[in-house]
Design a protein around this ligand. Structure first.
Ligand code: F6R
Length: 592
């Protein structure tokens, strides 16, 4: 959350690098944006509420400077206002921040007693004031940053300008991602590599509790022993191609359209050589228990993963939300594997769980999309989902690749078999769904005050994902329930016309779910049935029906979610919502 960019190098490039970088980083937060740069020795700051393009309108004449920093914000402390927007400034420093300073209130009180006056509600302003306070005493920028890090609690990635050194950007990091891009007599600072990929693919990863100075011809990074650490220059293998809309109205639509090929590629990489495919994975035979830990859609993928792993590997699996898991009792076992699922590989809670279970000595496997992300780097084993760069805040292709990754693990480590024909058939079914629009259902749901999704087992996991997709991009209040659970309270909310979307694809429990659907129908619900063709009988009593054509049971979740993603998209479109950047959200959730 929050995007950071910095550039030191050529005078005529700073403005474009900062503005392009902020645009690329906008998916990390988009409630306000700002830049700071040197105008001769002085720091100039421009900030604006709203998206990055609103900031551009403040730039009246081209900025000519060798050094600058920028920020796009996802508010944690204080409303999205110009005053709360970054960069923040005290004394000779301007600073941008991604993270949360947990002891900001205590520090603010102390600094106020020393005479500091605060203009914003942010924790970030406290950090820059404290930095200034140290600098006033020791007149040494790096030493002041070191002192600052010793006093701060919480997470931060900082990019800092100081008027006493107009040719450098200073940086510090703990728990929030930060990289330095390496160019030819120019350097970049960013929250992630794709933000600067159009400039350079060479980069250095800054680790937790490291700080340093970035100049156009070199980088000096230090640890908390104040020793300089040598850093490896890495090369990013990805391209920016997948970061373009390619004519689609929205990234979400484009990313849904890519789903059949994402899966095709994943299955092909497995089929080419299953032994090679599983070579870098842990040996599942040695585990007696598995914990799957993730947030949001990745958690929903984990719920389906549980079904695959339990049914085909016969290992008991517990699925947990990372934000809960990190504070619950951890039952450490040497024969337990913990699987962390994350598209970004930077989600703060998931990352914290990874570090936690590693401290207990348990094996960890990360199922991650972003190559080289923190979770991928730290976990003992990594399975990349290879879905390509995902820009829309609402995940679609990365989610489906997570589900497929669990299926591939089940195939690789059990005797379960899948025919190539089945995968080809799935491809066709998915393509067909991506062409279909359900205008009657869209009309029916667009004005609903609340919508229920129900299902059992895998269908319940799909219902949860479908409900999340709908609410996050269309702002419709919806919730998902295990179908058998309704009569324990929720059914009291069903009235004449209440929309209930029921998912029924699992033949083992279809009858049970159908009974639950009849219960809500009897109470006036408007029932939209999502049913597999094998189970489709004469359900004339349903108000609407979407039939999932015949696909192998193993692949069923990968087909069922598509019409539901499309439905969410079409409803959000009909309501005129900002589909790629929904209200209050950000793509990479790097704060707790
Ligand atoms: C919803 C969505 C989120 C993410 C969640 C975890 O569409 O994208 O719920 O799934 O924030 O993010 P990652 O997978 O990056 O850890």
């Amino acid at each position: 959350m929050c995007g950071i960019i910095g550039y030191v190098g050529k005078k005529d490039k700073t403005q474009s690098v900062l503005m392009d970088g902020l645009t690329n980083l906008e998916y990390r937060g988009y409630d306000s944006a700002g830049i700071a740069y040197f105008d001769s020795q002085n720091i100039e700051i421009l900030k604006q509420k709203g998206k990055v393009h609103t900031l551009s309108s403040l730039i009246e004449k081209p900025i000519s400077t060798c050094c600058g920093i920028g920020h796009t914000r996802w508010a944690t402390h204080g409303k999205p206002t110009i005053l709360n927007a970054h960069p923040h400034q005290h004394g000779k420093f301007a600073l941008v921040h991604n993270g949360i300073i947990e002891n900001a209130d205590v520090l603010k009180t102390k600094l106020s007693e020393e005479g500091y006056q605060f203009y914003s509600d942010t924790d970030t302003e406290v950090a820059v004031a404290l930095l200034d306070c140290f600098y006033q005493r020791n007149h040494d920028i790096l030493l002041s940053i070191y002192e600052l890090m010793k006093r701060l609690e919480g997470s931060y990635a900082f990019a800092i300008l100081c008027e006493d050194d107009p040719d450098s950007i200073y940086i510090a990091k703990n728990e929030s991602p930060l990289i330095v891009g390496v160019g030819n007599l120019e350097m970049y600072v960013a929250s992630d590599v794709p933000a600067i990929l159009q400039e350079t693919s060479k980069y250095i990863i800054i680790e937790d509790m490291e700080y340093g100075k970035v100049e156009k011809d070199g980088v000096h990074i230090y640890n908390m022993e104040q020793e300089e650490v040598s850093k490896e220059i890495l090369t990013f293998e990805g391209t920016m191609d997948s970061a373009k809309k390619n004519g689609y109205a929205h990234f979400m639509l484009k990313e849904m359209m890519e789903e059949p090929d994402v899966l095709k590629n994943l299955f092909q990489s497995y089929w080419k050589d299953p032994d090679a495919w599983k070579k870098n994975l842990p040996d599942f035979e040695k585990y007696r228990e598995i914990d799957i830990v993730a947030c949001g859609s990745a958690y929903h993928a984990g719920m389906i993963g549980k079904c695959y792993l339990e049914n085909y590997l016969g290992i008991p699996v517990a699925v947990s939300l990372a934000s809960e898991y990190r504070y619950q009792s951890i039952f450490s076992r040497q024969d337990k594997l913990v699987i962390l699922v994350s598209q970004s590989g930077e989600t703060a809670d998931t990352l914290a769980c990874l570090k936690l279970v590693q401290d207990y000595g348990m094996d960890t496997l990360a199922i991650v999309n972003v190559v080289g992300s923190s979770i991928a780097r730290i976990a003992d084993y990594v399975l990349y989902t290879n879905a390509g760069y995902e820009i829309a805040v609402a995940t679609t292709k990365a989610y489906i690749a997570q589900v497929a990754s669990f299926l591939l693990i089940a195939l690789a480590f059990s005797k379960t078999h899948l025919e190539l024909e089945d995968v080809k058939n799935l491809y066709v079914v998915q393509k067909q769904f991506l062409e279909k629009h359900y205008s009657e259902i869209v009309n029916q749901l667009s004005d609903a005050s609340r919508i229920f999704f129900i299902g059992r087992q895998v269908d319940y996991a799909i219902a949860m994902e479908a409900s999340l997709k709908l609410k996050e991009i269309s702002y419709l209040m919806s919730d998902a329930y295990a179908a058998g659970e309704l009569k324990h309270g929720t059914i009291s909310l069903i009235q004449e016309g209440t929309p209930v979307i029921a998912v029924v694809t699992d033949p083992n429990i279809a009858e049970k779910t159908i009974s639950n659907i009849k219960e809500v129908k009897a109470r006036g619900a408007y029932v939209i049935l999502i049913i597999s063709s094998q189970l489709d009988e004469s359900f004339d009593w349903c108000d609407q029906k979407i039939v999932i054509p015949k696909v192998s049971t193993l692949l069923m979740p990968l087909a069922t979610i598509l019409p539901l993603q499309m439905l969410a998209y079409d409803i959000a479109l009909a309501k005129g919502c900002d589909i790629d950047q929904p209200r209050n959200l950000a793509k990479s959730v790097t704060v707790e």
